[in-house]
Design a protein around this ligand. Structure first.
Ligand SMILES: NC(=O)c1ccc[n+]([C@@H]2O[C@H](COP(=O)([O-])OP(=O)(O)OC[C@H]3O[C@@H](n4cnc5c(N)ncnc54)[C@H](O)[C@@H]3O)[C@@H](O)[C@H]2O)c1
Length: 363
């Protein structure tokens, strides 16, 4: 895909931005440079930081109260990158609802909400206003994961029969899982591997897990509505130097592996060899594995984390839909609902117990 720089877009969304913190500075404001965005205003409870971000990223107005920003500015859309209250509540859920009700489309960081109730309120506001909220589920937008999706939906791959996702995250002891502060990091991070599971596998209907008390690591068995089976390995306890992620999808005579988010190997079907007498592992080119990985030498956009981690692609998806007056296909409230259903299952289910997960569509 060819990228246009921000100033090259003929039509741009007039945007406000709530939140001038660490992640937004590193990853979201810089991503706007590649999107059809006209950044009009920055808002943060810390007005001096909001002013600094506005100066650096080109916004003309500064606020410390987002409601005042909504009243004073003529906007099409709002970006929300806030964090958590002291009691562990997601700050952006209610702000997103206020922005929808002010008639604006909303792009927000995960977590969208900490409960299904929060998502249902946002969905009701979507229905009433005709505007939408999209969550930045970046894992659905990485070039690697987009490639995996296109491979596993191809005819030659066959039915995606099983799926494995690895991600480092600890789960607190069962008796602490009603405490939103103790569960904050689990909530914060489960959005990432669960977004991959949902994107590649669809809805999950059944799960059970085992839990290791020293690290809080878990290994989870999953059954998808499609009939595929899966495993989620949350590798708490791993080294700080280790890659975080590995994803594998197995089809029928084919499989695809993503290492470290950027190295994709597709083991194609067709190289069936009899056992015992083959003298070479080298197969015909037509059935040989395919490998994609970045070269990390050229000053290309694809070598920026803003692109290969999915930030710019997710923001472009948001902008394209906001400009066209359509609803996004990824990062939807239904996607977030599937993640919260899984989160709630971990929150309430003891290790070793199998539970069915409800189907939640948020229609
Ligand atoms: N997708 C990713 O890769 C990724 C990575 C890191 C963080 N995040 C997410 O980004 C979010 C922010 O993380 P962070 O580390 O930048 O947090 P942070 O605490 O550094 O920044 C949050 C900012 O929001 C401001 N804020 C809070 N409530 C506000 C309000 N009502 N009005 C205006 N400003 C308000 C705070 O003052 C703060 O400056 C979190 O939701 C986190 O989960 C996502």
């Amino acid at each position: 895909m060819q990228i246009r720089y921000q100033f090259e877009h003929e039509r741009r969304l007039r945007c406000g931005f709530v939140g001038a913190g660490g992640h937004s500075f590193r990853n979201i404001y810089p991503s706007l440079l590649y999107a059809p965005v006209d950044l009009r205003a920055v808002c943060d409870l810390d007005a001096s930081r909001a002013a600094e971000y506005a100066r650096m990223f080109g916004a003309g107005a500064v606020y410390s109260d987002h409601l005042e920003m909504l009243r004073s500015e003529e906007l099409d859309a709002v970006f929300l990158v806030t964090a958590y209250d002291q009691d562990g509540d997601v700050q952006a859920t209610s702000i997103a609802e206020q922005c929808l009700r002010a008639g604006l489309n909303v792009w927000m960081e995960k977590p969208t909400a900490s409960s299904l109730g929060g998502l249902e309120r946002l969905r009701a506001a979507e229905r009433e206003t005709g505007r939408f909220v999209m969550t930045g589920l970046k894992k659905m937008f990485t070039p690697a994961m987009e490639k995996v999706k296109s491979i596993i939906t191809s005819e030659e791959f066959g039915f995606p029969t099983s799926l494995f996702v690895r991600y480092p995250q600890d789960l607190p002891p069962l008796e602490e899982r009603n405490d939103p502060v103790r569960m904050l990091w689990f909530l914060d991070h489960i959005y990432h591997p669960a977004a991959i599971l949902g994107f590649l596998g669809g809805p999950i209907t059944r799960m059970s897990y085992e839990w290791e008390p020293r690290s809080g690591a878990t290994v989870t068995n999953l059954l998808f509505a499609s009939g595929a089976v899966g495993a989620l390995h949350l590798t708490a306890g791993q080294a700080g130097t280790s890659p975080l992620e590995r994803v594998e999808v197995v089809g029928q005579g084919a499989n695809v592996v993503v290492e470290n988010g950027v190295r994709v190997v597709y083991y194609r079907p067709g190289a069936d060899r009899g056992y015992g007498r083959e003298s070479s592992f080298v197969v015909d080119d037509a059935v040989a594995p395919l490998l994609w990985e970045p070269e990390f030498s050229l000053g290309q956009l694809y070598n920026k984390n803003l692109f290969y981690l999915g930030y710019v692609p997710e923001i472009l998806h948001f902008c394209a839909n906001a400009l066209a007056g359509t609803f996004p296909q990824k990062g939807t409230l239904a996607d977030a609902a599937r993640i919260i259903v899984l989160y709630d299952a971990y929150r309430t289910t003891p290790p070793g117990v199998t539970v069915s997960l409800p189907t939640v569509t948020l229609d």
